[in-house]
Design a protein around this ligand. Structure first.
Ligand code: GLV
Ligand code: MG
Length: 311
């Protein structure tokens, strides 16, 4: 290992993240009782300008009325972008009125680290002024060409930043990439046209101790397409994916949970390596394959996740 280490800043179970328009209190109530690990109450793109104020009020009410933690959920609010006049009011009202009840703020269309600096400064002041003992986290959506061009710098922001999300819909728009279905594959591209971008974001996350989350898949009548996208993201190191429809929650939970044989194998790897260690050896064999300290690190990733799911 390098002498420079960036441990995981804030582990959280985030296999499925349900996007809920805060304009719809019924959907919020259902989300609280659903199976998603994470719920974000959206004040941004799912909300029409005429509904922005009411949506903000609904989100605050839902944070205060629902005991999200007792329901085993992490709850987040997606604020509006820094280029809108809604954003400051989102931060001030949500943080002043429910800042000790929300786990994270999701900042859309982050382009430069200064975007996070501004939100961080605001929440620092509000938490101090209100005397909260809790500390809200920040998550950033990488969904513009500018954000992707600066993703390594953004990932190094530090402060409250704990995760980056790949927002494929806005990213496609920002890149002027031809796309047929949000998050789906373009049949005219030989492979996965999002591969390089997701991979770049995941590297930035893992280098600086952040969670990496894959964004939406628009066609909720295509569960197989969703799962394929989720599996590709998982293969690159993402630990969860958005659900833009409740039917996608169980798909995400399934794809991002280690299958039982993988967990059993991870336990056996650790056992065999312990035995080898007792005999003064660094490497061992399992089912005819070599295993060593790197296998232990991979196995521990699986076991930590399995424990978090079981908790
Ligand atoms: C999410 O916000 C996206 O644009 O994909
Ligand atoms: Mg977006």
């Amino acid at each position: 290992m390098s002498h420079t280490l960036h441990p995981m800043r804030k582990p959280r179970l985030q296999r499925s993240e349900l996007a809920v328009p805060a304009s719809n209190p019924t959907m919020i109530d259902k989300a609280a009782d659903g199976l998603a690990d994470y719920v974000f109450l959206d004040l941004e793109d799912a909300i029409a300008p005429s509904e922005k104020e009411q949506a903000r009020k609904n989100a605050i009410q839902a944070l205060n009325d629902i005991d999200w933690r007792a329901k085993g959920k992490t709850v987040s609010v997606r604020i509006n972008g820094l280029d809108t006049h809604y954003m400051y009011r989102d931060v001030v009202d949500v943080m002043e009125q429910a800042g000790d009840r929300v786990d994270t703020l999701l900042v859309p269309k982050v382009g430069v680290t200064g975007d996070l600096y501004m939100v961080e400064a605001m929440v620092n002041q509000i938490e101090q002024a209100k005397g909260y003992s809790t500390r809200v986290g920040l998550e950033a959506l990488i969904e513009t060409a500018l954000g992707m061009a600066n993703v390594e710098a953004i990932a190094q922001f530090g402060g409250r930043l704990e995760a980056l999300h790949f927002g494929v819909a806005d990213f496609a728009a920002s890149m002027r990439a031809r796309t047929t279905n949000i998050g789906g594959l373009n049949p005219h591209y030989p492979g996965d046209q999002w591969h390089a971008s997701i991979s770049r974001m995941v590297v930035a996350c893992r280098a600086y101790g952040l969670r990496a989350i894959d964004g939406p898949f628009g066609d909720f009548s295509d569960p197989e397409g969703y799962k394929e996208g989720a599996r590709r993201a998982a293969a690159l190191g993402c630990e969860g994916k958005w659900a833009i429809h409740p039917s996608q929650i169980t798909l995400a939970n399934e794809v991002f949970s280690p299958p039982e044989p993988e967990v059993t194998r991870a336990r056996r790897i650790i056992e065999e390596l312990r035995k080898a260690e007792a005999m003064g050896k660094g490497a061992a064999q399992l089912d005819g394959r070599m295993i060593d300290a790197a296998s232990e690190r991979m196995a521990m990733n699986v076991l930590v996740l399995a424990d978090a799911i079981a908790a």
